[in-house]
Design a protein around this ligand. Structure first.
Ligand SMILES: *[C@@H]1O[C@H](CO)[C@@H](O)[C@H](O)[C@H]1NC(C)=O
Ligand SMILES: *[C@@H]1O[C@H](CO)[C@@H](O)[C@H](O)[C@H]1NC(C)=O
Ligand SMILES: *[C@@H]1O[C@H](CO)[C@@H](O)[C@H](O)[C@H]1NC(C)=O
Ligand SMILES: *[C@@H]1O[C@H](CO)[C@@H](O)[C@H](O)[C@H]1NC(C)=O
Ligand SMILES: *[C@@H]1O[C@H](CO)[C@@H](O)[C@H](O)[C@H]1NC(C)=O
Ligand SMILES: *[C@@H]1O[C@H](CO)[C@@H](O)[C@H](O)[C@H]1NC(C)=O
Ligand SMILES: *[C@@H]1O[C@H](CO)[C@@H](O)[C@H](O)[C@H]1NC(C)=O
Ligand SMILES: *[C@@H]1O[C@H](CO)[C@@H](O)[C@H](O)[C@H]1NC(C)=O
Ligand SMILES: *[C@@H]1O[C@H](CO)[C@@H](O)[C@H](O)[C@H]1NC(C)=O
Ligand SMILES: *[C@@H]1O[C@H](CO)[C@@H](O)[C@H](O)[C@H]1NC(C)=O
Ligand SMILES: *[C@@H]1O[C@H](CO)[C@@H](O)[C@H](O)[C@H]1NC(C)=O
Ligand SMILES: *[C@@H]1O[C@H](CO)[C@@H](O)[C@H](O)[C@H]1NC(C)=O
Length: 412
């Protein structure tokens, strides 16, 4: 009995070494479009109890693995994209994804195994279905690229281990096939035994933080009983610095809000309005506008940020005085503006246009422009005036010249 089990383990190990573990192809779809695709091999090492002591089951993800369409999801509506692969009798492997707009990652890995399955867990003294979760999986790649890792990668999931090999995977897919551009894992970049990549472009993983560029302009509104009561159009960039426990250093990070991943909500009262922007469980940014009813002027009085960066980050200030305008008007600033909120947090705004009070027929009222825009508007006026002056001088010179030459003809 023990000998045959030992022999089986050796054979299994050989198959693993020879790369003969089965590869599976998994796909999560919504309608006709694919949002998560994974081609991979996986093996599990799971300790369990028997009446005669502790044993470890070595299991590989079988060919017959399928995607559980019921629990898998492309996300949306507050849910994260989730790939749930089921195999055997009541076992499953789940991968939950998250993104910040430029990177996506496996937020957590869930392994569920059924100890009543005597074929995989012989002599188990429990018949429970056990679920274990790991939130540090270390799989991340740039959006619109395929994560590639041919080398074995082991993830510890409580006391079990999951080892992936020959992995090609993408979430938040722009098309129905894996993107040709790959983010290659660190192990593959150094490993000489990994099979050579057949693809064209490769990018480093994890990608180096590069400045994210100008943020896309979003269109955000707050709905009050069917009609819009707050309008905002703007590109937003967060500038945060925080101490990362995991990296043991202070990190300065620029984050662009991605409008297509951002939801807006809020509230409108006579003298106070809020706009809450949330991005995929990553960012919650709250703006508070205050109206002074004596002067009929309003301003942005508070900004509050909560962000799930590599470490949770919060910062806020409710005694600000930005974006001042008058009741019945909107506020506009096309130029980039920096709103300093707290020592560790400032907000850069781009092409901003807001109206938090007195919105009529879902449209912006006449705008009051920021000083920077007015200054910028002066430049074309000055240039125009200078040009007009130049034209005038040339014209006068020409007229004088003509008069002189006329005089010349007359003397002949
Ligand atoms: C899926 O594709 C089929 C045929 O191409 C089409 O008839 C159907 O409307 C599509 N469904 C969705 C949800 O896009
Ligand atoms: C196995 O038994 C030990 C005690 O011997 C216990 O601490 C542990 O939780 C058990 N593990 C499982 C998976 O039941
Ligand atoms: C299962 O086995 C472990 C150790 O092997 C033991 O500690 C535990 O009490 C057993 N549990 C049951 C329900 O028999
Ligand atoms: C666990 O395995 C047993 C035996 O194979 C099976 O009867 C049971 O339905 C499985 N449990 C689940 C949740 O699938
Ligand atoms: C896994 O991560 C997703 C998204 O971050 C979250 O919704 C889910 O609750 C997490 N699951 C567990 C078991 O932690
Ligand atoms: C990813 O691709 C989609 C569709 O091609 C595009 O709309 C989106 O901006 C891209 N995102 C990034 C971060 O490149
Ligand atoms: C919202 O509209 C409904 C019916 O249109 C009305 O009964 C209700 O009082 C309104 N609520 C507010 C807060 O205006
Ligand atoms: C981000 O903030 C830091 C510290 O306040 C500052 O030095 C840096 O210039 C800011 N970067 C941008 C792009 O606003
Ligand atoms: C963090 O870094 C400081 C100096 O940079 C060092 O003294 C300290 O030991 C580090 N802590 C950890 C937990 O690595
Ligand atoms: C996403 O996160 C990475 C690493 O934390 C960072 O370098 C990048 O700038 C972030 N991008 C956005 C758009 O937030
Ligand atoms: C950060 O993540 C936690 C746990 O997943 C979640 O409860 C919280 O709402 C998230 N915060 C933001 C700002 O999305
Ligand atoms: C809040 O903003 C005001 C005005 O910009 C500033 O004086 C104050 O120091 C800020 N408070 C905090 C806690 O950063």
């Amino acid at each position: 009995m023990t000998v045959s089990r030992g022999l089986f383990a050796v054979v299994a190990a050989w198959f693993a070494v020879l790369g003969c573990i089965e590869a599976v192809s998994l796909e999560v779809r919504q309608g006709n479009s694919t949002c998560i695709k994974a081609d991979l091999s996986a093996s599990f090492s799971i300790p369990y109890n028997t009446s005669s002591g502790r044993r470890t089951a070595q299991i590989s993800l079988p060919n017959s693995t399928t995607v559980d369409a019921g629990s898998s999801t492309c996300g949306g509506g507050g849910l994260s994209p989730w790939l749930v692969a089921v195999f055997g009798s009541g076992h499953s492997l789940g991968l939950s994804f998250s993104t910040n707009g430029s990177l996506y990652s496996v937020a957590n890995l869930t392994l569920q195994y059924n100890l009543s399955d005597a074929a995989l867990f012989p002599d188990a003294n429990s018949s429970d279905v056990v679920t274990v979760v790991s939130a540090s999986v270390g799989i991340r790649a740039a959006v619109n690229t395929t994560y590639r890792c041919m080398s074995p990668t082991t993830v510890a999931v409580e006391d079990a281990n999951v080892t992936f090999t020959d992995m090609r995977m993408e979430a938040y897919m722009p098309g129905n096939d894996l993107s040709p551009t790959e983010s290659v894992c660190a192990a593959d970049q150094t490993s000489t035994t990994a099979p050579p990549s057949t693809t064209t472009a490769t990018t480093a993983a994890p990608p180096q933080p590069t400045p994210p560029g100008t943020p896309e302009r979003g269109n955000y509104t707050v709905d009050n009983n069917g009609s819009l009561c707050l309008l905002a159009q703007m590109g937003l960039q967060l500038n945060v610095s925080y101490f990362s426990q995991s990296q043991n250093k202070t990190i300065q990070e620029l984050l662009n809000l991605n409008p297509s991943l951002t939801n807006s909500s809020g509230s409108c009262e006579a003298s106070r309005a809020t706009l809450v922007l949330t991005q995929e469980r990553m960012i919650a940014l709250t703006f508070t506008f205050t109206m002074n009813s004596n002067t009929s002027k309003y301003h942005l009085s508070g900004i509050d940020l909560q962000a799930n960066l590599s470490d949770p980050f919060t910062a806020g200030n409710d005694s600000l005085n930005y974006l001042q305008s008058t009741l019945g008007r909107s506020y506009m600033c096309n130029a980039e503006q920096t709103l300093q909120v707290a020592p560790a947090f400032s907000l850069n705004t781009f092409r901003l246009h807001v109206q938090p009070f007195d919105v009529k027929t879902n449209q912006f009222a006449t705008a009051e422009e920021c000083q920077m825009d007015r200054d910028q508007m002066l430049i074309p006026i000055i240039v125009g005036a200078a040009l007009a002056g130049l034209v005038l001088i040339v014209l006068i010179a020409y007229l004088i010249g003509r008069k002189r030459s006329h005089a010349g003809y007359q003397t002949i």
